[in-house]
Design a protein around this ligand. Structure first.
Ligand code: CP
Ligand code: NVA
Length: 310
């Protein structure tokens, strides 16, 4: 039976039930088919999504804005630089005010706690468009992309090579929720947050997924169905870029590494990619790569999220 998700905040996959995650993926499938068939579907006619950006974005901004348009609604780009938030208005007051105009708020920012606070004081659903801690919309889209290619999620093994960052954390929560084994392989000192590891392992006890943290890339990719990577220096870590190039030098996803995984391994990256750093050109442009399908599916998954919650 369908779960009523009206008003639900999408802050972290950890907060969602397995049924809610499956409902998002099933709804995505329907909305993607409608769009491919050219069917007009306007469940959000007359509704407005506010999109607060405190960091740059290509995919998230465009896919939310286009998605809202395709659902018959309107999206409003709110650069944090132009909001009173940047001049000291509190998150709580911003949430109370925006709730009087908007039907949903998407936010991309640094501190995860700011998004939690925004959701607490907002009377309309809040969607996390990336924080330093998590990137749930990306991983919900990635689950959809994997299911499209492999027809299942349960029992697969995804190996993430790189920084124990927002992407690693959301992949751990996503895998744990749907029964997919996750291996996070990071250089020593760049492992995921221990509290995220604890919570994802707790979720994994309900689905039988294994959540492993390792340091050896060649060992980590053995029998992998999916190899995933992300930039070595995330937004906000630009000053560490040079130092990180050295720390992550042995953690590049290249041909030598993917040859150690299954023959039909999928290569994934949330993008933007730093070609020649975390991934080589031949791999990101090669036959195993599904990175642009991933990017497209952001549109379809976020439409499902908005249609279900707003
Ligand atoms: N993957 C992703 O979130 O891309 P943007 O930073 O371009 O939004
Ligand atoms: N870890 C990256 C993801 C970008 C989509 C960052 O936070 O910059």
């Amino acid at each position: 039976m369908a779960v009523n998700m009206k008003g639900t905040d999408i802050l972290s996959i950890h907060d969602l039930s397995r049924e809610e995650v499956e409902q998002i993926l099933d709804t995505t499938h329907i909305l993607k088919m409608k769009q491919k068939l050219g069917e007009i579907y306007h469940p959000l006619k007359g509704k407005t999504l506010g999109m607060i950006f405190q960091k740059s974005s290509t995919r998230t901004r465009v896919s939310f804005e286009v998605g809202m348009f395709q659902l018959g609604g309107h999206a409003l780009f709110l650069s944090a630089n132009d909001l009173q938030l940047n001049r000291g208005e509190t998150i709580a007051d911003t949430a109370r005010n925006l709730s009087r105009y908007l039907d949903g708020i998407m936010i991309r920012t640094f501190s995860h706690q700011d998004v939690v606070d925004l959701a607490e004081y907002s009377s309309v659903p809040v969607i996390n468009g990336l924080t330093d801690l998590l990137h749930p919309c990306q991983v919900l889209s990635d689950l959809f992309s994997i299911k499209e290619k492999k027809q299942k999620l349960d029992g697969l093994k995804l190996t993430y090579i790189g920084d124990g960052n927002n992407m690693a954390h959301s992949l751990m929560f996503g895998g744990a929720k749907v029964g997919m084994d996750i291996v996070i392989c990071s250089p020593s000192g760049f492992e995921p947050d221990p509290e995220i590891t604890r919570l994802s392992r707790l979720d994994a006890t309900k689905t039988g997924a294994n959540i492993n943290i390792q340091n050896d890339p060649f060992e980590a990719v053995k029998d992998a169905d999916i190899i995933y990577t992300d930039v070595w220096a995330s937004m906000g870590q630009e000053e560490e870029q040079e130092e990180r190039l050295k720390s992550f030098a042995d953690y590049q996803v290249n041909r030598g590494l993917i040859e150690k995984a299954k023959d039909d391994v999928l290569v994934m990256h949330c993008l933007p990619a730093h070609r020649g750093e975390e991934i080589t050109d031949d791999v990101i442009d090669g036959v195993h790569s599904i990175v642009f399908d991933q990017a497209e599916n952001r549109l379809h998954v976020q439409k499902a999220i908005m249609a279900l919650t707003m």
